[in-house]
Ligand binder design. Structure first.
Ligand SMILES: Cc1cc2nc3c(=O)[nH]c(=O)nc-3n(C[C@H](O)[C@H](O)[C@H](O)COP(=O)(O)OP(=O)(O)OC[C@H]3O[C@@H](n4cnc5c(N)ncnc54)[C@H](O)[C@@H]3O)c2cc1C
Length: 428
């Protein structure tokens, strides 16, 4: 039925105000591009067909799933060209989209595939173009022989408090080498990586402003894997201590180069504030991506619980027909969508160079991590006894989700960063 002119007029007025119909003139859109949709569907296919079927086995084995990494490398999902393509999206959304889909498949395997990007982000944020060209491809290896990389910042006594790092880097002028000594803790891919990026102190008196990032090339003497950590979740991802014992790396392995470091140290000694702290910069770049991983886990648990609630019959009706269950699912969906929107906003801000005035990157990771823990716990509840068993995947998802309130800055540290950003006060 055709609308009368009386009905049409207000619609046209609204359309004119909104600028609707003027194609190319609408600046805000949440519509994904064809490229983004294609990449999302491609990663989803891999997550569904290859990652999910392998998830339970590698969680139980607590080993790096090399065959799955190799499959990802063969199709171009794992490799520097693929990662560069995801990063290059000018909207910033492709990287979170890829991570959400992959971690929807499984978080332990997802981290085995994406853990390398933490080291890559450090090289990218602190390295020169030559260093990027030399080291980033080596982080991934080749499709025939894939490799992984590790980012080593945390230490037994320096977790949230990055300024407490004790690993030292001393420059040996005679040989033009840096000598690294110390112990790193909880390094994803630590010891099994080809390339390690190590944060070390070149001047302890300067705290985190005296830190620098170093590449430790494959096979360097003096770098040894310490104890492998047995974990609550993310068990397909290798986590271990790394020992550095008179580990000598060429002068060129200092990311950013000596001249830039000397200038930065001089500024710090004169008391100028520095925004270039190596480890913090890396975390800033990677937080929305980490948030997207948590969104993927939460969505997987939500979808599983929704399907289960439609099928499971108690008291003669599917349990989804109880408000207690249906409302929980409604809240899960709403919180997951809210978390994703924060992730997308922060990723877009990072890619387009906006200032994070309210620590929006930290907000996205905080929200997504807490939603993932909460939503996976709700999923277990919806599955009842089955949810608590290893026959069903939601207990694994819950174990995997918990790390997202801990690594890349705990929830408390994110709140500290956000509250300082919005208040300007020295919140302790
Ligand atoms: C599976 C896994 C993988 C990891 N991968 C890596 C990696 O690849 N590279 C790497 O460098 N590190 C990695 N980490 C280390 C991780 O980043 C740290 O565990 C994390 O930063 C927290 O440090 P912490 O464990 O020493 O906790 P702590 O800093 O000791 O914190 C303990 C508790 O105190 C709280 N707290 C501390 N300070 C404050 C404060 N000022 N205000 C309020 N509360 C506070 C914390 O929020 C937390 O609840 C990994 C850890 C795990 C478990």
């Amino acid at each position: 039925m055709e609308a009368s002119s009386a009905q049409r007029a207000p619609e046209e007025a609204v359309a004119a105000v909104n600028g609707a119909g003027r194609e190319g003139d609408v600046e805000f859109s949440l519509e994904l591009s064809q490229d983004q949709r294609d990449i999302r569907d491609w990663v989803h296919g891999f997550a569904e067909g290859v990652v999910r079927p392998a998830a339970h086995e590698w969680d139980e084995r607590e080993e790096t799933p090399w065959p799955v990494i190799q499959e990802a490398a063969k199709i171009g999902l794992y490799g520097f060209e693929g990662i560069a393509q995801f990063w290059m999206d000018p909207s910033g959304l492709t990287m979170p989209i890829v991570n959400e889909e992959l971690f929807w498949g499984d978080a332990g395997i997802g981290m085995s595939i994406m853990g390398t990007t933490l080291a890559v982000a450090a090289i990218y944020s602190a390295g020169t173009p030559d260093q990027l060209a030399e080291w980033v491809p080596q982080c991934f290896g080749t499709p025939e022989e894939p490799a992984v990389a590790a980012f080593c910042s945390s230490e037994p006594d320096a977790g949230s408090d990055v300024s407490a790092i004790r690993t030292t880097a001393r420059f040996d002028e005679a040989s033009d080498e840096w000598v690294l000594n110390g112990q790193k803790a909880w390094a994803t891919n630590g010891g099994i990586a080809k390339v390690h990026v190590v944060i070390a102190s070149v001047d302890r008196d300067l705290g985190s402003r005296g830190h620098a990032a170093f590449v430790v090339p494959p096979g360097t003497q003096g770098l040894e894997q310490g104890a492998k950590v047995k974990k609550h979740g993310l068990r397909a991802s290798h986590t271990a201590d790394v020992h550095l014992d008179d580990c000598r790396v060429p002068g060129a392995c200092l990311l950013g180069g000596k001249e830039r470091l000397d200038e930065r140290l001089a500024r710090a000694r004169e008391g100028e504030s520095s925004r270039g702290q190596a480890a913090m910069k890396t975390f800033e770049v990677s937080r929305p991506t980490v948030g997207a991983q948590a969104v993927g886990i939460a969505r997987a648990a939500y979808e599983f619980a929704l399907d289960y609630a439609r099928e499971r019959v108690q008291f003669g009706r599917p349990i989804v027909e109880n408000q207690a269950i249906a409302f929980a699912l409604a809240d899960m969906r709403m919180e997951i969508d809210a978390a994703r929107l924060l992730v997308w906003r922060a990723a877009w801000m990072g890619r387009t160079g906006k200032d994070f005035e309210a620590a929006e990157g930290s907000m996205s990771k905080l929200k997504a991590g807490e939603v993932a823990v909460w939503a996976t716990e709700r999923a277990i509840q919806i599955l009842g006894g089955n949810g608590y068993t290893r026959e069903y995947p939601v207990e694994r998802m819950h174990r995997d989700a918990k790390i997202y309130t801990i690594f890349e800055g705990t929830s408390e540290i994110q709140r500290l960063v956000i509250s300082r950003a919005i208040s300007g006060a020295r919140i302790q």
